[in-house]
Design a protein around this ligand. Structure first.
Ligand SMILES: Cc1cc2nc3c(=O)[nH]c(=O)nc-3n(C[C@H](O)[C@H](O)[C@H](O)COP(=O)(O)OP(=O)(O)OC[C@H]3O[C@@H](n4cnc5c(N)ncnc54)[C@H](O)[C@@H]3O)c2cc1C
Length: 474
């Protein structure tokens, strides 16, 4: 029998698995999609908020503050990027300046570092701030990450240390038997941790009436091509409104810029289409920014916030069903809070139940993905000499070689779909959005997996035509 089953491989499930993998426990992660980070974790603003904003006294506030402090060390440990880019909250009217004062008070109370800048001071640092901006709250401890990269790295390291991951496995049924649970009539476990994001309430309903109901709220974005600081250098927030933090301009770790999101309640928990929300984003962004390079737009996407009616994170062992742990309502700032959530769940709820569990003596560390962009010419030449596939560029926009694609496939938690390759090493993320490189990626996947190409699973936008073409050309 397993010790612990985690349902959902987003950032919370994966960081919990990672923390538990340091102990000698039998842990299994179940994920209904074909890769990790396919839910809210794969589509968001990618920011580690400073903690200036959540409601005082809330769990969102507590875990955001703690998570923000943990993130730099966590990213160092996992060998993924963390950029302490800093943020500006931009006010442009007496009412907005008054709201800024409230945020300043919260920063003081929470020991969040801040500075107040006049409009002119701020515009020297951010020349594309809208002319109306008269005052800015600067938050230097705001960071940016690539959320799926953190998730993949955490899961990869957990698997290296004994954790099991089952992808394409949807939990449909849970029964409670004496001192354990049975999942889908086949998996027996002592403890369940419910990290199922937008579907947390449905998982709970398999055992009891859920104490919360998830209502998804869609947020849509424009993605701009590499601008590398020519448009914006910090994250730019408007002053928060009734629907949260508002429409942002966010530089990404890879030099793109995100513009978004809106916030619209939707019924279908899987509807990540984009459409009318983008008109709202386009109008709202001009309240904080000018000279917006919309002609550099290369992609749009939407993420779904798992909002619960309790309006806060719900992280606790169930009060009726022993050993069933809720990690629910993890909407924003859930990414920022995730390391602290994992610590709370593991150290205060789950590990005390395994008093005899020993820490692993030898903990294996993952190697970072091979990033040729960051290498010297000398190192690149050495690499190509050892393995010529690093000299074959597959993605011309992002300059990704066949060797890099092979690296991300042949790992624990390795890529199994076109999208999974894209999320790990970026072919298809650039200007052509995969138009040129996607058929090549399919062929490499088919060759490397070597299990018969019928078993390659494509992402939702993937095309079977590409698979059969690869089959003929192999
Ligand atoms: C538009 C938007 C912007 C955001 N911006 C930020 C930000 O800048 N900073 C920040 O801190 N937070 C942000 N957030 C919030 C953050 O993205 C989430 O809080 C976080 O990603 C939640 O992670 P999770 O692991 O709890 O859930 P998810 O990532 O949704 O993972 C849940 C997983 O459970 C799986 N699952 C569901 N049901 C089942 C089942 N029956 N069987 C097996 N698996 C199942 C799903 O497939 C999914 O992979 C934003 C969210 C959105 C939507």
């Amino acid at each position: 029998m397993l010790d612990i089953v985690i349902i959902g491989a987003g950032i919370t499930g994966s960081l919990i698995a990672h923390r538990l993998s340091k102990f000698d426990l039998r842990v299994l992660v179940l994920e209904k999609e074909s890769d990790v980070a396919e839910g809210a974790t794969g589509a968001n603003s990618a920011m580690v908020h400073s903690g200036h904003d959540p409601k005082p006294g809330s769990f969102k506030c507590k875990y955001n503050l703690e998570g923000n402090r943990m993130f730099p060390d966590l990213c160092k440990e996992l060998q993924v990027a963390y950029v302490p880019i800093g943020a500006f909250v931009a006010a442009g009217s007496p009412e907005e300046e008054e709201k800024l004062e409230n945020l300043v008070k919260q920063c003081e109370e929470r020991n969040v570092p801040y500075e107040i800048l006049s409009g002119e001071e701020a515009k020297k640092l951010e020349p594309n701030l809208a002319d109306r901006i008269s005052k800015v709250l600067s938050l230097p401890t705001t960071g940016i990450v690539t959320p799926w990269e953190v998730t993949i790295a955490a899961m990869e390291e957990a698997i290296l240390n004994g954790t099991e991951l089952k992808l394409n496995y949807e939990v449909k049924k849970i029964e409670k038997k004496d001192d354990h649970f049975i999942i889908n009539d086949e998996i027996e476990t002592k403890i369940i941790i419910n990290c199922a994001g937008a579907h947390c309430d449905e998982i709970t309903e398999m055992l009891r009436e859920s104490p919360y109901h998830v209502q998804t709220r869609k947020g849509e974005y424009f993605v701009l091509d590499h601008l590398n600081g020519t448009f914006v250098n910090h994250v730019i927030y408007p002053v928060p409104g009734p629907k949260g933090k508002g429409v942002l301009a966010v530089p990404t770790v890879h030099g793109n810029v995100l513009l978004g999101p809106n916030s619209d309640e939707i019924e279908d928990k899987e509807d990540d289409s984009t459409g009318s929300g983008l008109d709202f984003v386009r109008t709202q962004i001009s309240t904080t920014m000018k000279n917006i390079p919309f002609h550099k737009m290369i992609h749009t996407f939407a993420g779904l916030r798992p909002h619960i009616d309790l309006r806060d994170f719900y992280i606790q062992e169930d009060d009726q069903i022993k050993n069933f742990v809720h990690v629910a309502g993890i909407e924003s700032p859930g990414l920022s809070a995730a390391p602290a959530i994992a610590k709370e769940v593991c150290d205060n709820i789950v590990l005390p139940k395994f008093a005899d569990a020993k820490e692993r003596k030898e903990y294996l560390r993952r190697k970072p993905f091979i990033n040729m962009e960051k290498m010297s010419e000398e190192k690149i030449n050495e690499l190509i000499k050892k393995d010529p596939s690093f000299g074959r560029i597959v993605c011309r926009c992002e300059k990704i070689s066949e060797g890099q694609i092979r690296d991300v496939i042949n790992r624990k938690c390795g890529a199994r779909t076109i999208k999974a390759v894209k999320m790990r090493c970026r072919p298809g993320m650039g200007r052509c959005q995969g138009g040129f490189c996607e058929p090549e990626v399919v062929k490499i996947l088919a060759r490397e997996l070597n299990e018969g190409i019928d078993e390659i699973r494509l992402d939702r936008q993937g095309s079977n035509v590409l698979v059969s073409m690869a089959k003929e050309e192999l």
